[in-house]
Design a protein around this ligand. Structure first.
Ligand SMILES: Cc1cc2nc3c(=O)[nH]c(=O)nc-3n(C[C@H](O)[C@H](O)[C@H](O)COP(=O)(O)OP(=O)(O)OC[C@H]3O[C@@H](n4cnc5c(N)ncnc54)[C@H](O)[C@@H]3O)c2cc1C
Ligand code: SF4
Length: 334
């Protein structure tokens, strides 16, 4: 049986108190929302904070509303709630679909969107018991000095394995980060960095408090596709989010494709506006976009499944996402 290490559990009743606790115990504290990722990671001794700060009672992190031209979502809203919420399904259908495809029903009932955005990166050589990792001599991300994926000691390439970030990036969303000292807005596209050890620009003393999704322009269509071993519960082996604006004559005005679960940050496929702008969204264009994504995506052995097969699945899922939008007046499947 895997036991939790000892820690002190704090239950602040306000955001200000929670932020003060993060400052007071800096270096030895972590926030906990649904706990669906943090608790198993603590049992594996990947994190051993002396203090954890519950976000459960913070009303400031609740709510889903349309205000000021944005869909505003509190960070502590659960994925199950968002997947079913009429405002999310109407204004951000690919986000609703991504949230509804995370893990399984019990985990979506507990897991939050804030926890999903702040999810620790995952790797075959990291998400293991202490005993397992010790036998291998640990690795760069935790307690060791070599990466078993790249075979050098310089860089961790563990995978961003969360499903909502690619959808949020494709929708042009941003997040609010607050600490006891200050607050700031960061585009989700700029939230992640290519460092699997700590893959966001969020400081440890900051909480992610809200997610802001701009309301869709006319002609916006979105889609989200996910590859996993067992559709009932597993993390993504690969996920793809697409947002397109389609104008007169079914012609593309803008196109964003985001592929994730490859490395530490989601990848925005480059050069698509040049390729697609002004062209009809037809089978020929879908194939060209899928090929471009294939050229730019290079899965690694950070996930146990064969990287060549995962790479071959990139154009398949890009094609599925785009095909779901062809001729669709609104968004693809939700
Ligand atoms: C079997 C299994 C399958 C899973 N499958 C998937 C999957 O398919 N897709 C997927 O995306 N995830 C998956 N997960 C991971 C997890 O369930 C979800 O990502 C969930 O959204 C995490 O949210 P949480 O509230 O439980 O986060 P927690 O576990 O509470 O926290 C996760 C991390 O985020 C930090 N954190 C939480 N909230 C905040 C905040 N507001 N501000 C700053 N930091 C914060 C915590 O300190 C911790 O480091 C799976 C987990 C399990 C156990
Ligand atoms: S990518 Fe390398 S350093 Fe990062 S968790 Fe995996 S083995 Fe460790």
């Amino acid at each position: 049986m895997l036991r939790l290490p000892e820690f002190r559990h704090h239950h602040p009743a306000s955001l200000a108190d929670a932020l003060a606790l993060l400052r007071t115990h800096a270096g030895d504290v972590l926030p906990i929302a649904g706990g669906t990722d943090l608790v198993p990671n603590m049992k594996h001794r990947l994190f051993t904070p002396g203090h954890i700060v519950s976000l459960k009672q913070l009303d400031e992190l609740r709510g889903v509303a349309v205000t000021g031209g944005e869909l505003v979502i509190g960070a502590a809203e659960t994925l199950a709630h968002l997947a079913a919420h009429p405002l999310v399904r109407r204004h951000a259908p690919s986000l609703a679909r991504a949230a509804g495809l995370v893990a399984g029903p019990q985990l979506r009932a507990m897991g939050t969107i804030g926890g999903n955005l702040c999810l620790d990166t995952r790797c075959t050589y990291y998400n293991q018991t202490h005993f397992w990792r010790q036998a291998l001599g640990f690795c760069l991300k935790k307690d060791g000095d070599v990466c078993h994926v790249t075979k050098t000691g310089r860089k961790c390439v563990a995978a961003n394995s969360a499903d909502t970030p690619p959808a949020l990036i494709s929708l042009g969303a941003s997040v609010e980060l607050e600490s006891a000292e200050d607050s700031r807005h960061v585009k989700v596209a700029d939230l992640f960095i290519a460092d699997g050890v700590w893959n966001t620009v969020r400081r440890p003393d900051e909480l992610l408090t809200r997610v802001r999704v701009p309301l869709s322009p006319p002609g916006r269509r979105t889609a989200f596709e996910k590859l996993r071993q067992r559709n009932a519960i597993d993390f993504p082996l690969l996920n793809v989010a697409v947002a397109a604006t389609i104008g007169e004559g079914e012609r593309v005005e803008s196109l964003t494709v985001v592929v994730s679960a490859l490395g530490a940050r989601p990848r925005i496929v480059s050069g698509l506006d040049d390729l697609a702008a002004g062209r009809p969204l037809d089978a020929g264009l879908v194939d060209e976009v899928a090929e471009r994504a294939f050229q730019q995506c290079h899965p690694l052995t950070n996930i146990i499944v064969d990287p060549d097969w995962r790479r071959a699945m990139v154009p398949v899922h890009v094609r599925r996402a785009l095909s779901a939008m062809v001729g669709s007046p609104r968004s693809a499947r939700t």
